[in-house]
Design a binder for this molecule. Structure first.
Ligand code: GLY
Ligand code: MN
Ligand code: MN
Length: 436
């Protein structure tokens, strides 16, 4: 992503905040895995969105119309010895020269500098509740200022949720964001194709996951966008099955939910297919029902329609289909009203996707479902999961199907960004028949 885009985002925020406001945005802390070993560092998405800066121990401060500069970056100083052990640092100079900060200070100086800036601030824009330790610091700065009120010090009168503002802008993707998302999706498609072409009875779920993750990381992605799910047979009925530890069996379906994170943008795709490459009768019936529900949902995805419409359309199809099969019994409206279908379809239709796989952004605005707008990207992922329930005939047991695509809302309607991956029964069987 070009530095000019980060600058543009800051400019947009500066205009929203206006004179008298000030934003403080911390990045994510490093997370300890065990002993003194850390997880690989991933900056906070909001922080990266605004700065393009990926080092830990950093804080961005935006003060509109501050004479000495509006964008201040607190970060680690250069330190040849520490850099030898733990990697390069931009340092204060790099913060200004590479990342466009107007001013940069050592992260160790925040207690000396930020309270002074807060003194001339009327509205503080801050994402409260994400990082406990830093929240405590902000509260401490505010309390210290209040304690000095009698000396004429003024504290901010308003606290505004900075996360909410950034989440709203993140919701509408720019052209360059879409270019990155499409690259991330292209990697995920390749990974799924590879899994589909390797799949056969007798493999362990983790072997398929390894193929997927190899394809993802060798394509330059830092990692999958979330823990890869490879769920054979009844494991598909566990929505967040991540053990990936069992054998893929002849005659079972396998549900594969995998996506990549490329340059901080996620993809999130699910395909379900027969381990041996051919659907049996019941599997095909359920699969085609989920596909029909997804099609009905997709038809409702266009600018001006509301967030709940695709879900409602999918539920209608799922309920009608399950009633026809005798797996649900009763009046369709009542089953929907009472949500009795949730024993087979228990999640929603999807979520926003972007820098985070479950990207932030409200689904309801002023208590009504949000209107879809061009530039928003969402997943569409209906599913039917049939665990071994006594009241369900045995031939349906352990069939779990989810079909998940990533969809961009456009001026004309929508674009299924993941359309290239085989999806119909025929496409999947054809693709798998060509396996080596
Ligand atoms: N893979 C996470 C999700 O589908 O929401
Ligand atoms: Mn998803
Ligand atoms: Mn998924």
């Amino acid at each position: 992503m070009d530095q000019s885009e980060f600058k543009q985002r800051r400019q947009q925020l500066i205009e929203i905040i206006g004179k008298g406001g000030m934003a403080i945005l911390p990045t994510a802390p490093e997370r300890l895995r065990n002993s003194n070993v850390h997880y690989r560092y991933r900056p906070d998405s909001n922080f990266y969105y605004l700065t393009g800066f990926a080092e830990p121990d950093a804080i961005a401060v935006i003060v509109p119309q501050r004479e000495q500069g509006q964008f201040i970056l607190f970060c680690r100083e250069k330190d040849p010895e520490k850099e030898t052990w733990n990697g390069r640092r931009a340092g204060l100079e790099g913060a200004c020269q590479i990342y466009g900060a107007d001013d940069a200070f050592p992260i160790t100086d925040i207690d000396e500098i930020i309270p002074g800036l807060l003194e001339s601030c009327r509205r503080l824009y801050y994402p409260m509740g994400y990082y406990e330790e830093f929240d405590a610091k902000v509260i401490e700065w505010m309390n210290n200022l209040r304690g000095r009120a009698r000396t004429g010090v003024v504290t901010p009168k308003e606290m505004v949720a900075l996360d909410h503002i950034l989440h709203e802008t993140r919701l509408r993707k720019t052209e360059s964001e879409m270019a990155l998302m499409k690259q991330s999706i292209a990697v995920a498609i390749r990974a799924h194709q590879r899994a589909m072409s390797c799949c056969r009875p007798g493999l362990y779920e983790y072997e398929l996951a390894a193929d997927i993750e190899h394809e993802i990381t060798k394509s330059g992605c830092r990692s999958p966008a979330y823990p890869t799910i490879v769920a054979g047979g009844g494991n598909a009925c566990i929505l967040h099955y991540v053990e990936n530890s069992e054998l893929l069996q002849e005659g079972d379906l396998v549900l594969v939910d995998a996506g990549a994170e490329l340059n901080y943008y996620a993809s999130d795709i699910t395909r379900t297919y027969p381990v041996n490459g051919r659907f049996n009768k019941q599997q095909k019936i359920i699969y085609e029902l989920v596909l029909k529900a997804q099609k009905a949902a997709l038809k409702k995805i266009y600018a001006g329609n509301r967030w709940n419409e695709p879900y409602d359309a999918a539920v209608q199809v799922v309920v009608e289909g399950l009633c026809e099969l005798g797996l649900l019994v009763g009046k369709i409206e009542e089953i929907i009203q009472e949500e009795a279908y949730k024993r087979f379809y228990m999640h929603r239709i999807g979520h926003w996707i972007g820098m985070d796989v479950h990207d932030p952004g409200e689904y309801k605005v002023d208590e009504v479902w949000r209107v879809l707008e061009p530039g928003m990207v969402m997943t569409v992922e209906p599913g039917i999961y049939i665990p071994p329930l006594l009241e369900v005939p045995k031939e349906w047991w352990n069939i779990g199907v989810r079909i998940e695509d990533n969809v961009l809302i456009t001026e004309e309607g929508h674009e299924v960004l993941t359309a290239e991956l085989p999806k119909t029964v025929w496409e999947i069987e054809e693709f798998m028949a060509a396996r080596i």
